[in-house]
Write a protein that binds this ligand. Structure first.
Ligand code: NAD
Ligand code: DAU
Length: 332
């Protein structure tokens, strides 16, 4: 039985992990979340009160962080500014949260000698050509493209340095693109689903050839739990479920499941510096820790995700108009 401090636990993946852990273990969880535009306490409904508490606050608030880290056994660090498009228009919050926030947390974990798990992204490795037979591994050199991915890369390097220089008891995971319920409508899949619900045609950046390696958020959570329980200190583990798909195919699948014609979408202006392809080789995680993804049927996963957005309009509706207004300003 452990006390986990989960940062960013009101976001998409952090809230999935909180539900996952409280359902499957006897652990207790404190969530530290600033509730930015991306955080939503409604994603944390129905949790056992005796094993869960929520603290609203900033991971860069050293005094608050010190107190909460002292009081836990393990820090699981999800909090971040997470959206590439936002980082291209206003990079500063990405530096504040992803770099300074991570620094604040690892300083507290070092001082109190606490186990630390850092959640990161495959985007730190840059991108691959469409026909490249290689995939990212733990040995791929860092080569981030966007303000978002460069700040995540910076945060990974801080954690690695704290392990080597100060003996921080840390692990890192770099995961590919997640999908599933409770994802903010700014992101690709929920944006297109909620657009179709609203009678708006899906928006594909550029030609739609870019490839992402999709994984269900539940599979990300099971992998993180395995790393916390069995991962070797100082190691990095890549998390992926062999889910490569190009964006055009994903939009066509959404349209099919929502009863629309397969060409009922628009091409819009491309994202500057748009990474072409991500692909993860997760052999280390599978071989060393025995992890396997459980949600390998993308078609069924998308259908269930569409149903969730249809059934939970009250969760996403308040975010939708402002999100689309921002995209409209950018011609996207
Ligand atoms: P999200 O944007 O849905 O949620 C981020 C959460 O962090 C929100 O609840 C927000 O309120 C909180 N937060 C932001 N700044 C904060 C601060 N200064 N202090 C405290 N809380 C703050 O993000 P997500 O998609 O759930 O991503 C979570 C983590 O997983 C991030 O570290 C991201 O880099 C990583 N990741 C995401 C994906 C993906 O596909 N979404 C894939 C790999 C890794
Ligand atoms: O790879 C992991 C990363 O995946 C995470 O680190 C990030 O936090 C997460 O946001 C995600 O980054 P992407 O930039 O890949 O995700 P996004 O949902 O923004 O876009 C997915 C793809 O779809 C990308 O190629 C851009 C494209 N796209 C996106 C939107 C919002 C469109 O074609 N149209 C759109 O409207």
């Amino acid at each position: 039985m452990q006390k986990l401090l989960v940062t960013g636990g009101a976001g998409f993946i952090g809230s999935n992990f909180v539900h996952y852990v409280l359902e499957r273990t006897e652990d207790s969880v404190t969530v530290l979340d600033k509730l930015t535009y991306a955080g939503n306490v409604d994603s944390l409904k129905g949790l056992p009160e005796e094993r869960f508490q929520f603290v609203q606050g900033d991971i860069s608030d050293a005094e608050l962080v010190d107190r909460l880290v002292e009081d836990c056994d393990v820090v699981v660090h999800y909090a971040a500014e997470s959206h590439n498009d936002n980082s291209l228009h206003d990079p500063r919050p990405f530096l504040d949260t992803n770099i300074i926030g991570t620094y604040t947390l690892i300083e507290a974990a070092r001082k109190h000698g606490k186990r630390f798990h850092h959640i990161s992204t495959d985007e730190v490795y840059g991108d691959l050509e469409l026909d490249d037979p290689e995939r990212f591994t733990e040995a791929t050199p860092y080569n981030p493209s966007s303000p978002y991915s460069s700040t995540k890369a910076g945060s990974d390097l801080l954690v690695r340095a704290w392990v080597r220089s100060f003996g921080l008891q840390a692990t890192i995971s770099n995961c590919s693109n997640n999908y599933g319920p409770y994802q903010h409508v700014e992101k690709f899949i929920p944006r297109q689903i909620t657009n179709v619900i609203d009678g708006i045609r899906p928006k594909l950046y550029g030609k739609g050839e870019n490839v992402r390696d999709w994984i269900h958020a539940n599979d990300h959570s099971s992998a993180v739990l395995a790393i916390i329980e069995k991962g070797r200190i100082g190691e990095t583990y890549l998390i992926g479920a062999d889910g490569e798909k190009n964006n055009k195919d994903v939009v066509e699948l959404i349209l099919k499941h929502m009863g629309q014609s397969p060409d009922a979408y628009d091409h819009v202006v491309d994202r500057p510096g748009h990474d072409l392809r991500y692909a993860i080789d997760s052999s280390k995680l599978r071989d060393e820790l025995g992890w396997q993804p459980q949600y390998s049927n993308f078609d069924a996963g998308i259908e269930a995700t569409i149903d969730w957005y249809r059934d939970n309009e009250s969760w996403w509706r308040p975010q939708k108009a402002a999100t689309e207004a921002k995209y409209k300003e950018q011609g996207q």
